[in-house]
Structure formats: structure tokens, C-alpha cells
Design a binder for this molecule. Sequence first.
Ligand code: SAH
Length: 362
Amino acid sequence: MTEAPPRVDLIGLEPEELDEALAAHFARRGQPPYRAGQVRRWIFEREAFSFDAMTDLPAAEREALTGAFDLVSPQAAKISRSTDGTSKHLWRLEDGELIESVLIPTHTRLTLCISSQAGCAMACSFCATGWAGYRRQLSAGEIVAQFRGARRWARDNGMGEITNIVFMGMGEPLMNPRAVFPTLHILNRGYGVGARRITVSTVGVVPAIQRMADMPEQFRLAVSLHAPNHELRQSIVPIEKKYPLPTLLEALRRFDEAGGKRITFEYVMIDGVTDAPELADELAGVVGEFRAFVNLIPFNPIPGSDWRPSTRARLDWFVARLEDRGVSAFVRESRGRDIAAACGQLRAEATEGRKPVQMGSI
Ligand code: SAH
């Protein structure tokens, strides 16, 4: 007996692929073509989390869809709400893996921060996700499902509509391009989130940055620079050894030249490690050629490290110094620290004690 092929998850398909899969399915069943449009609307607009919820389809068609396809929707294992309104979802995936997404409200926006991998293999020395190790890649459906689940929760809890999406949760998005690139198109063309409102944050995976430069859409890029020279950077961001700064900057030039895509540089401010005054000048020298701005992120303390964030005075001084050198800079205030939802604090705490797996073993 041959094994049945794995069922296709409709949530992880790009709109055109979805149309094709549904058209073929309904044609096989002798159903009118408009059925495909009905299902498409239930997925992108009407928030159906199961085929049973698609109430304008005949019962027999709902059953046939259930037999033919999956609709991945992870379970919310835990929801935490910070005193500042930031809310974190801990999602349990089908195989038990745990990932997190974070909703961050401001006056004018509701930003969703999503995960692209369970764990992370990049091992940056200041990041709790990195310390917890790598588990596995997420599928496009599992990434999109965080958006669908968080969007419904935000609507139900009076937070309004998600306006922006950032890939700044767990994982390195550009180490999972097979799922992340389709996800960008699904969010953009399927769910109608503007490309300029979707930011991919990367530690500097050069080949994938080049691919992003070639995309016609203006998806935005944030680069976790954290140090303006090779020596310091390789001591805190191990991938610097594989893609050293000159190579990274070359890829960013290409991205920048593709036009209209302003790059954000992220720079973690760790007391006595990344915040020496001369580093501000060096940083201005490195990013000055781009139409970029710099986000200074005060280090968020993580278990197992006795590093401290830079002082307020040093943060302000850095901003002023960068501005003096013609570089726009902001201090990114931490949100949701009390629920361990701030940058670098995501590590799906319920996984504590489990062994990380090696990247090569997937
Ligand atoms: N892998 C992606 C997404 C990571 S999270 C990337 O590296 O860009 C988003 C940002 O939080 C990154 O800039 C990351 O370096 C930063 N970050 C990680 N740990 C942090 C910590 N403890 N304090 C402050 N920022 C941190």
C-alpha cells in the first residue's frame, strides 16, 4: 500500500496557488467554479478557522474539503497581557513545539511581532531565544496562522486592526526563506497588508538579503547590526564570521539601490560592551551612506547574563552624536518587559529544560 501524500495546508498557500488548488478540487467534484471564491473569502476575509465554519458551503463540500486539505491553526497555550498593553501569545504547534507572537499597541499603530522558527540557531550572545537553541523551521502556514490568531484576538479584545507586521519574534527569518518569502506574499496579496508595513528583521544572511533586493514589492528590511566593526560584531553575533561586515554592507547597498526601501539598523546598547563613545562615530561612518535610520535598543536583561543596559545618559548621548553626524536615530523603548515579551526575551518559557536540536539534523 502506498502512503497518502501529505495534505496541503491552505493557510500556507500564496493566493494564486490557493485559487489553483481550490479550482482543481471543485472541478474534480463537479462543483461550480464560484465555490473556490467562497473558500478564498472565508480564509482571507471572514476568519474561518475550520472548514465547518464555512457556512455558505453545502455540508458535503465542507466534509470533502476537510478530507482533502488542512487549515493550520495553532492553539493558544497561554496569553499574557502587559501593564503597557503589549500582549503575548504562546502558540502550541501540532507537534507540540511552542512559539510566541507579540501585539504591540501605540497611539497610531498595532504592530504584530511574529516568529519564523521554533528557537533560533544564530546564538547571538545577548538574546534569550539564541540561548535556548534551535528546534525547527516553521511552515508558511504556521507563520501566517500567528497573524490570523492574533488578528482575531486583537479584534475580540478591543485592540483594533493590526497595521504593521515585524519578523522580530523567535528565529532568524532569512534562515527560513522557503517559508518566509511565501508568507510575505500571502500577508501582502492575500490579507492585504501593505508591503511597506511588513518588516523582515535579519542578523545579516547575505544571500537572502540579495533575494529581497530583487523583489518588486517594497518589503522593509531591519538589520541587526549591533556593532560597527568586525572584531566586536563577531564576539556578539556569530554569523559575522560567515558574512563579515563588508559582505553584508555590499548586499545592503544592492537593497538600497533597488529604491524606495529605507533600511533600519538595530543596535543593542549594552553597558560597557557596545556603547563606548568612539563606537557612535564608527557606527555613523558605517550606516551614513544609506538612507537609513538607527534604532538603539537598550539591552533587555536575560537569564544567565549579567550584562546591563546602557544608562539613559549614554543612550541620549549616542542619539545626539549620531544625529550630529547626519544619521537619524531613535531609542526603541522596551515594551512588555513584565511579561518577557521585549526584544530578545522570547524563548517560549514552557520549553525550559528541553534539549535544542542542531540545525543540521532537520
Ligand atoms: N533574528 C532576527 C530577529 C530577532 S529579534 C534578527 O536578528 O534581527 C529582533 C531584535 O531584538 C534583533 O535586533 C535582536 O538582535 C534584538 N535583541 C535580541 N536580544 C535582545 C536583548 N536581550 N535586548 C535587546 N535587544 C535584543
